[in-house]
Design a protein around this ligand. Structure first.
Ligand code: NAD
Length: 454
C-alpha cells in the first residue's frame, strides 16, 4: 500500500497490507488478551489511558507533522486536532468511573439490584482519515476504558498516523494483546466484517456504513455508525453580519471542508442576504492557500485525489442549473490535490451541491423569506448530523432547532464537538452515539443483577 503526500504527490511510505491470515492472528491475540484487560481494575486502565494522552502531548510535534504530511491538513489544524484529542481523552478518563462502575438501583436488607456495565469483548473500529485522532479517540478510548480489546483499522489515507497511535498506546501500557492495528483499505475492512468480533464501530461514508450494517444485520452484533452529513447553517435577520460571516466561513472551510460536521449549506434571511454574501466572499478570498506545513496556511490540499472530480461535478451541475459562481470553482494549477475555495449563489435543492455531501472547499448560499422556509429547507436532506442557527434571540433559535431533525443543534456556533455531549447522527448520518456518558457506555452491555442474601 503506497502512502502519498497529497500536497506534493510524493511517496511517503510503502506498507504491507494485512491479509486473512495475519488478521486472524491479530484477532486470536486480542481474544487471548481481552479477559485479563477487563479484569484489570478500572483505575489502572484509566491511568494507562491518561499516560497515552501525556505521550500524545509530549510527541505533539512528530504527530502533527506526520498528520499534515499524510492527510494534507494545515499544520496549525493538526496541532488543534491533537490538543482536542487530549482534551477528549481527559474528559473520558475523568468520567469513566462515574459511568462505568456498578450502579445500585435498589437496596433493602436482603435485596440489591445492580446494573453492571460489562465490556462487549473484542470490538472492531473501522475509521476515517479526516480527523484520525479525534474520530479514533471517540471509539477506542471508551472501548479500552470499558475493558474491551480493539482491532483498529485506520483509513488507508491515515495509516501512518494509525500505526503511531498504536505505538503510543502500547508505550502507555495498553498490552499488545488488547490493541492491534489492521493495515489496509476497503478490502481489509470487508475482511474484518467476516470475522467473529463482538461489536463493530464505524466512522465513514453513508455508502460504506450501509454496506457494513446490512452485512452485520444477520449476526445481530452491536454496531455504531458515524456517517456523513449535509449540515445546514441559517443566518436570521437580527445578527452582526461580519462576525457571523467569518464564523460561517470557518465552519464551511476549516480542514478544507473535510469534516463530518462542516457547514455544507447556508440559508440567509432576505433582509441580510446581500450584506452577508459580500462579507462571506471577502472572508473566503482572504484565506491563505498553500503548503500545509507552513504555519500561516489555512487551506491545503484535499486528502484524496478522487474528491477533485466530485467537486468539479458539483460545480458543473450547479452552473448548468443556473447557479452563479462568486469565487473559486476550479482546481489549482500546482502539484498536489488543491481546489479553490468556492462560493455559489442562486442555488436550489435540485443541485447536487445542496443535496450531496461535498466534503471539500465548496459552499452554496441560498436566500430565504422567513424562518419557516429555512426550517423546511434545512430538513430537506437525507442526512441529520448537525444544524446551526445564528440569531441574537435564544428563544427564536431554540424554536427553530427544536424543529430540525439532527443529532446536534448549534446556536451561534457551528462545526464543533464537545466530549460532554453525545455525538450522534440521524437518518443517513448514522446511529448510536459516541462521547458523553452515552458514548462511554456504548462499548458495554448492561447486565441486571438481582442479588438476594440467603
Ligand atoms: P469511507 O467510507 O470511504 O471509508 C471509511 C473506512 O471504511 C476506511 O477505513 C475504509 O478503508 C473502510 N472501508 C471501505 N470500504 C469498506 C468495506 N466494504 N467494508 C469495510 N470497511 C470498508 O469514508 P472516508 O472517506 O474514510 O471518510 C469520509 C466520510 O466519513 C465522510 O462521509 C464523513 O462525513 C464521514 N465522517 C463522519 C464522522 C462522524 O462522526 N459522523 C466523522 C468523520 C468522518
Amino acid at each position: 500500500m503506497k502512502i502519498i503526500n497529497p500536497a506534493n504527490e510524493q511517496l511517503l511510505a510503502e506498507l504491507k497490507e494485512d491479509n486473512l491470515r495475519t488478521l486472524s492472528v491479530k484477532l486470536a491475540t486480542l481474544r487471548k488478551g481481552q479477559p485479563a484487560w477487563s479484569q484489570t481494575p478500572l483505575k489502572k486502565r484509566i491511568t494507562v489511558i491518561r499516560k497515552f494522552a501525556a505521550l500524545l502531548k509530549s510527541r505533539a510535534d512528530d504527530c502533527a507533522l506526520l498528520l499534515t504530511r499524510e492527510v494534507g491538513k494545515p499544520i496549525r489544524q493538526s496541532y488543534n486536532e491533537i490538543n482536542g484529542a487530549c482534551y477528549r481523552i481527559s474528559w473520558l478518563a475523568d468520567n469513566a468511573e462515574k459511568y462505568l462502575s456498578d450502579e445500585v438501583m435498589y437496596e433493602d436488607k436482603t435485596l440489591r439490584e445492580v446494573i453492571r456495565y460489562e465490556p462487549l469483548g473484542v470490538v472492531c473500529n473501522i475509521s476515517a482519515w479526516n480527523y484520525p485522532y479525534l474520530v479514533g479517540v471517540n471509539v477506542f478510548i471508551p472501548a479500552l476504558l470499558a475493558g474491551n480489546a480493539v482491532m483498529y483499522k485506520p483509513s488507508e489515507y491515515a495509516t501512518l498516523t494509525g500505526n503511531l497511535i498504536g505505538e503510543l498506546l502500547h508505550n502507555a501500557g495498553v498490552p499488545h494483546e488488547v490493541f492491534q492495528v489492521a493495515i489496509g483499505g476497503g478490502k481489509t475492512g470487508a475482511a474484518l466484517l467476516d470475522m467473529e468480533m463482538d461489536g463493530y464501530f464505524f466512522t465513514g461514508s453513508y455508502a460504506t456504513g450501509r454496506y457494513i450494517y446490512e452485512k452485520l444485520a444477520p449476526r445481530m452484533v452491536p454496531c455504531g455508525l458515524e456517517l456523513g452529513g449535509k449540515d445546514p447553517l441559517y443566518v436570521t435577520d437580527d445578527v452582526h453580519i461580519e462576525k457571523v460571516a467569518a464564523a460561517a466561513a470557518d465552519g464551511a472551510f476549516y480542514n478544507n471542508g473535510q469534516s463530518c460536521c462542516s457547514v455544507e449549506r447556508i440559508y440567509v434571511h432576505k433582509k441580510v442576504y446581500n450584506a452577508f454574501v459580500d462579507a462571506f466572499v471577502k472572508e473566503v478570498r482572504g484565506f491563505k492557500i498553500g503548503d500545509p506545513e507552513k504555519d500561516d496556511v489555512y487551506i491545503g490540499p484535499l486528502t484524496r485525489k478522487a474528491q477533485l472530480d466530485v467537486l468539479d461535478a458539483q460545480v458543473k451541475d450547479a452552473l448548468q442549473k443556473g447557479a452563479k459562481l462568486l469565487t473559486g470553482g476550479n482546481r489549482i494549477n500546482r502539484k498536489g490535490y488543491y481546489y479553490e475555495p468556492t462560493v455559489l449563489v442562486n442555488v436550489n435543492h435540485h443541485m447536487k451541491v445542496m443535496r450531496e455531501e461535498s466534503f471539500g472547499p465548496i459552499i452554496g448560499i441560498m436566500c430565504v423569506n422567513n424562518d419557516e422556509q429555512a426550517i423546511s429547507l434545512m430538513n430537506d436532506t437525507e442526512y441529520g448530523l448537525t444544524a446551526s442557527v445564528y440569531s441574537n434571540s435564544k428563544t427564536r433559535a431554540e424554536k427553530i432547532l427544536a424543529q430540525i431533525n439532527s443529532g446536534t443543534g448549534y446556536w451561534n456556533c457551528c462545526d464543533r464537538v464537545s466530549p460532554a455531549l453525545p455525538w450522534s447522527g440521524r437518518k443517513h448520518s448514522g446511529f448510536g452515539a459516541t462521547l458523553s456518558h452515552i458514548g462511554l457506555r456504548a462499548f458495554t452491555r448492561p447486565k441486571g443483577l438481582h442479588l438476594r442474601k440467603p
